[in-house]
Design a protein around this ligand. Structure first.
Ligand SMILES: [Fe+2]
Length: 303
């Protein structure tokens, strides 16, 4: 069994006030708590306590949390990670606000992943009894939920093997040099039925390329783009479509320089989904399908 889902992304920001303005008012997440110099946010369609943690002091990824269904599975993942050669440590209840006991794993590429089974339940803004389709006081882009993260690794094949063998992820799409000499450049992996819950691309170890929020459809992507213009958000790419995952997207930066994405579309996967392969000669089309051009910033800026 794979892990349940991506639960949270914890990042550093250079200026907390600017970051809160971006994640709360521009993206529309709700501030759940401010504690210990950190700000915890959730999106309106999420029922767990938080999905994004902001910590002042720099830029980049602190850790990614994945929710696991049972304590037994947590112990299994811990053992498998150790057998894989990764460093693991136990995380105590409350070490992460509102999150129960867990296991921290340092990936072969250096990023920290934390697994946990319990997190405080807050419920969605629309509730579970005769819910409205969206909340009347939705702000900004009105992001629904955290969707996925893309990290970089000097050896993406090793990290792909980790997510597959240790955490039970499957591969939806792979980007390779060419079929005659198949060196892995990027991999898109899922733990449920989404197109991806994690992606790994060739790049520096221990870095984040972006994390993404789900929106309902293409018109909501365009609406988000309008909000980004109103709020002078620095847009990296889009609105456009990916070849890989078939998603519709805008990439943009928070005020600290962490890259975010709003994402929709794609397809459903599942345990019988056959892996799709892209070759390096089609890389630009795979990433940005319509313009078939990838700007230099997109392939060189990691945080
Ligand atoms: Fe993405």
């Amino acid at each position: 069994m794979p892990v349940n889902k991506i639960g949270f992304v914890h990042i550093r920001v250079t200026d907390m006030d600017e970051a809160v303005e971006h994640y709360s008012n521009t993206l529309g997440q709700e501030i759940v708590s401010r504690e210990g110099g950190k700000v915890y946010l959730k999106a309106w369609d999420e029922f767990d306590h938080h999905s994004v943690v902001l910590e002042e002091g720099g830029v980049g990824l602190v850790k990614i949390g994945y929710k696991v269904d049972t304590v037994d599975e947590l112990a299994t993942y811990e053992k498998r990670a150790q057998s894989f050669g990764c460093t693991t440590t136990r995380v105590s209840n409350g070490e992460n606000l509102a999150v129960g006991d867990g296991v921290a794993i340092t990936l072969p590429s250096g990023q920290r992943v934390e697994l946990y089974t319990e997190i405080e339940y807050l419920g969605t803004q629309t509730g579970t009894l005769n819910p409205d389709p969206w909340p009347r006081d939705m702000r900004g882009a009105g992001v629904h939920r955290l969707d996925h993260a893309l990290i970089s690794a000097d050896d993406p094949a090793m990290v792909e093997r980790f997510f597959g063998e240790v955490l039970g992820f499957r591969i939806s799409e792979r980007l390779i040099t060419d079929p005659g000499n198949p060196v892995l450049i990027g991999t898109w992996m899922f733990c449920g039925q989404k197109a991806h819950d994690i992606a790994v691309v060739k790049g520096p170890d221990n870095k984040l390329h972006h994390f993404a929020y789900w929106l309902e459809d293409w018109s909501q992507i365009l609406h988000a783009g309008d909000v980004f213009a109103m709020d002078d958000v620095s847009v990296d790419v889009g609105p456009t479509r990916h070849g890989i995952t078939r998603g519709k997207t805008i990439y943009f930066f928070d005020p600290s320089g962490n890259r975010n994405e709003v994402f929709t579309g794609g397809y459903i996967t599942g345990s019988d989904f056959p892996t799709i392969t892209w070759t390096a000669d089609q890389l630009a089309k795979g990433i940005i399908y319509i313009s078939r051009e990838v700007n230099e910033r997109f392939t060189t800026v990691f945080t």
